[in-house]
Design a protein around this ligand. Sequence first.
Ligand code: C5P
Length: 276
Amino acid sequence: MITEVARAKLNLALHIRARRPDGYHELETLFAFVADGDRLTLSAAEADSFEIVGPFAVALAGESDNLVLRALGAFRRRYGVDAPLAIRLDKRLPVASGIGGGSADAAAALRALARHFDRAFDTPDMLQCGLELGSDVPACLLSRTVRGSGRGETLVPLDGPAGMPVLLVHPGTALSTAAVFAGWRGIDHGPLPDGSVLEVAQRGRNDLQPPAQTLAPVIGECLDLMQRQDGAVLTRMSGSGATCFSLYETAAARNTAAAAIAAARPDWWLLETELV
Ligand code: C5P
């Protein structure tokens, strides 16, 4: 049996440069990944099966075009393999929340399939296979700190602050990525700055934060509460939201902030983790 962690993705910064004729947006983003995520297992079987378990499984119940199954179909067509497989997805992270979710699950499925069929997962061909499933899937395949441009698929690996403590907070609202992108006002505020990963993150922005906050004002409350805690070197919304993150210099500062936020908003989802 093969197990892959579908690590949660963060956009430490996300700058939108233009709306494209094909409906996508030209962007520059700094992807980073955390230690925790959904878990996908894959094994040879008599017949195909797919099971979703875990705390957020119900959010996906009844979905016929799950990205994991689309990844399986894409891999089989591309590489001409059809041996039956049992796949199980342990859905531990909230869905439609700006931290990868379906893209990370699809990427974990592709990595597991590559291992099962003795292929490399980080080839141009596999990255293209991932891109056909979603703009963030190539970055999620690599699951390391990487600068992305284009739709998010032109990737340059970077040395990131591995081990840096992170707090994720999701204030309970699912947002449609397409709806948040559609709310971008069309004004280019400039490229990602230069510098170390942390400098780029701190001097950068998330251009999807204003339209996401218009759709879900609770994101503003979430950012305010996170910014009122001591010790964060950066607090921002990830992707199209609504998950927000803070980076900390020490695990103690992160844990203190998490306890205070959990006490103030017991209904919000929190994850104490670290960058990989
Ligand atoms: O690529 P993916 O299917 O994950 O994107 C979901 C939606 O997010 C797209 O249909 C599009 O509306 C929006 N998007 C975008 N520009 C990008 C990436 C995603 O407009 N670079």
